[in-house]
Design a protein around this ligand. Structure first.
Ligand SMILES: NC(=O)c1ccc[n+]([C@@H]2O[C@H](COP(=O)([O-])OP(=O)(O)OC[C@H]3O[C@@H](n4cnc5c(N)ncnc54)[C@H](O)[C@@H]3O)[C@@H](O)[C@H]2O)c1
Length: 327
């Protein structure tokens, strides 16, 4: 495991819950962090060379900051390790392409951390869409609202809201549609915290996507939601709709003279997507063991960066951007 921070802890927990997989080493530039995580999960603190030269290590999990991903992917590919990499692969499209070329040349398995595709509710939605339960998909609406904005330091390292947050929804959209996104129109504003704007980022976004066959997707995102972590999807098809509702803190509904109330949604992504993170790691482990492709791979990682770059270009220019002409 490269990294011993917030998301590394989640992956370490998932490794511990996965049969036939063991966390061997934790590597972090902050050795005390590495030590804490390694101790908690029965692993050793290691160095990059030690891990990459250890033939008993079949796979690496890259959970360090985004700026380190591409280099770590390349050294791991050269060492012949299967790779699970957190999103995004890199903030620069050319660097992503170069890095994935190295992965291809070394023929190693590569999985990317778009965990939302493994969420049981979204998987159910996906399976029912593919089964034709609502006929032909016509429109998708995705609502993605964080409870509160991230720490201001995170804005610089993450590359901003579109690369950090919107990338998840762009990936979900093309996965649920079963079709590629052809054009993107995105607008962003800073409505919540002017400090975010001073750092050149946005905290509120609306995006409209179209496929070549004319299917439409609307993405609505905010870094703040006064009523809890709001994660909803509605798909409208020729025969009906399917809706993925929020995960609530409790399913108890109170009825009184003023009407009915129910609990708020769970507070944040680690709780909402806990099952998804576990299933994602299990998919990676099974893919390595059985030498099959992981459910989310290199092509998905590349497309996500192409789509985020198209959305950013649309915000800059105020026009629709044809994705494959966005460079
Ligand atoms: N898929 C998701 O839901 C999701 C959620 C959160 C974060 N992420 C991604 O995970 C990555 C890490 O995010 P985080 O929130 O855990 O960050 P974090 O700051 O909590 O942890 C990063 C850790 O990596 C360490 N580190 C820095 N440089 C390193 C290097 N060269 N080698 C090894 N370790 C190094 C840091 O010391 C820190 O302990 C980011 O790329 C982020 O985009 C994905």
């Amino acid at each position: 495991m490269f990294g011993a921070g917030r998301i590394a802890e989640v992956h370490a927990r998932s490794v511990a819950a996965t049969e036939e997989v063991e966390l061997a080493y934790v590597i972090d530039v902050d050795e005390s962090r590495a030590q804490t995580l390694a101790q908690r999960y029965g692993a050793k603190v290691g160095s990059q060379d030690q891990v990459l030269n250890d033939v008993s290590v079949g796979a690496v999990i890259i959970a360090s900051p985004t700026s380190t991903h591409a280099d770590l992917v390349e050294v791991s590919a050269r060492a012949g390790k299967a790779i699970f990499c957190e999103k995004p692969i890199d903030l620069n499209l050319d660097r992503v392409k170069q890095c994935l070329k190295t992965v291809r040349e070394h023929g190693v398995l590569f999985a990317l951390g778009f965990m939302r595709r493994f969420d049981p509710t979204y998987r159910d939605l996906y399976v029912r869409l593919r089964a034709g339960e609502i006929g032909e998909i016509e429109q998708i609406s995705i609502v993605n609202r964080d409870l509160s904005p991230p720490h201001l330091d995170f804005i610089g390292t993450s590359g901003g809201m579109v690369r950090d947050l919107t990338s998840h929804d762009l990936d979900l959209a093309r996965w649920l549609l079963g079709e590629e996104i052809h054009s993107v129109y995105a607008v962003g504003s800073c409505l919540i915290d002017p400090e975010i704007g001073k750092r050149g980022d946005i905290d509120s976004l609306q995006a409209s996507l179209t496929t070549a066959s004319g299917k439409l997707v609307q993405i609505s995102e905010s870094r703040r939601s006064a009523y809890g972590y709001d994660q909803r999807i509605e798909v409208m098809g020729s025969h009906g709709t399917l809706q993925a509702a929020n995960k609530l803190q409790s399913l108890v509904v109170h009825g009184g003279s003023a009407g009915a109330t129910q609990a708020r949604p769970v507070s944040w992504f680690l709780e909402r997507y806990a099952d998804a993170y576990k299933a994602q790691l299990q998919d990676f482990a099974e893919a390595v063991r059985t030498e099959r492709a992981p459910l989310v791979g290199a092509a998905d990682g590349l497309r996500a960066v192409e789509l985020t770059e198209a959305a950013l270009k649309s915000m800059r220019t105020g026009s629709h951007v044809i994705v494959d002409e966005a460079d």
